[in-house]
Ligand binder design. Structure first.
Ligand SMILES: Cc1cc2nc3c(=O)[nH]c(=O)nc-3n(C[C@H](O)[C@H](O)[C@H](O)COP(=O)(O)OP(=O)(O)OC[C@H]3O[C@@H](n4cnc5c(N)ncnc54)[C@H](O)[C@@H]3O)c2cc1C
Length: 264
């Protein structure tokens, strides 16, 4: 590690001021940021810890949506009774992230801001047509995720919450990378009044919607309809964990399983 200034503001206004200054970075659960700092991949002069801002943590119901505060830990989403009853797929997603320590510390805001190409939450936000709330504006998930580790956030902009519409049916299925437990491929399927959304994570260049699967499932929300789609692997990554062809096959299989799970 190297020297940096540590700030722990008690409210969002102070946090925004501190985050906007020079080479500052906000600290949420630290599960990614602290490792990056130890490896000297990040070297902020100031760390602004969001952990002291009570209004950023917790889940509340607003009309037909659940609003999850940016500092809500994965374990708290997984065990929250409102999430478990209104969007059980989201609770299951959070409960399947990493290991106990990661779930006890990692936050939805940190995960979404980081936008790791194999992370679980980005698929949940995209499939559920969620909205990211920041201290400056609201951003639809379709516009928020912009490729590997890239988002629509501007420098110093803070995520305050994520709003998830409550949908008819949804499920997330992940084929774990066995060492990290990130998604080798993860597929989140949601059936809403406006149609079906299918979001894929782990494919390579960041989370994306799979339009052919969405069209097939809009006609018939069955595993057989998902199985009838030939998934093109040409834009998927190949690495030591899996070839592009293997990932393409996994997208089909995980989608079929997610649909079966959503149907109960
Ligand atoms: C061993 C291990 C296994 C993991 N497995 C999985 C997995 O299976 N699935 C999965 O999805 N994830 C996984 N993760 C990632 C983990 O879930 C965390 O969500 C992720 O590391 C970032 O969240 P954090 O709260 O720790 O953020 P931090 O590490 O504190 O911050 C990450 C980045 O986001 C920025 N940031 C944080 N909060 C905000 C905010 N409110 N507004 C704007 N910017 C912000 C920070 O400045 C930093 O750049 C794993 C991590 C580890 C270490």
């Amino acid at each position: 590690m190297y020297q940096f200034t540590f700030e722990r503001p008690a409210n969002l206004a102070d946090a925004a001021k501190q985050a906007a200054a020079g080479s500052a970075k906000v600290l949420a659960g630290g599960q990614t940021l602290l490792a990056s700092m130890k490896l000297r991949l990040a070297n902020p002069e100031t760390l602004v810890d969001l952990g002291g801002i009570a209004e950023l943590a917790g889940v509340k119901r607003e009309g037909n949506a659940l609003v999850v505060g940016a500092m809500t830990r994965h374990e708290d989403v997984a065990s929250n009774p409102d999430v478990r009853s209104a969007i059980p797929a989201l609770a299951a997603l959070a409960g399947g992230i990493g290991d106990r320590q990661v779930r006890a510390m990692g936050t939805i805001g940190g995960s979404v801001a980081n936008n790791d190409p194999a992370a679980c939450y980005p698929a949940g936000l995209l499939a559920l047509n969620a909205t990211v709330r920041t201290n400056q504006r609201t951003i639809a998930a379709d516009d928020f995720f912009q490729g590997m580790f890239a988002t629509a956030l501007k420098d110093g902009e803070l995520i305050t919450a994520v709003s998830f519409p409550i949908v008819k049916r949804a499920a997330y299925m992940k084929f774990r990378q066995p060492a990290s437990r990130f998604a080798l491929i993860g597929v989140f399927v949601a059936q809403t009044d406006a149609g079906v959304r299918v979001a894929v994570t782990g494919g390579g260049n960041g989370v994306f919607r799979h339009r052919e699967l969405e069209a097939a499932l809009a006609k018939s929300f069955t595993p057989e309809a998902a199985a009838s789609v030939r998934v093109d692997g040409s834009n998927l990554s190949s690495d030591l964990h899996a070839s592009a062809a293997y990932r393409a096959n996994l997208i089909g299989v995980m989608t079929q399983r997610a649909v079966a799970k959503a149907l109960g």
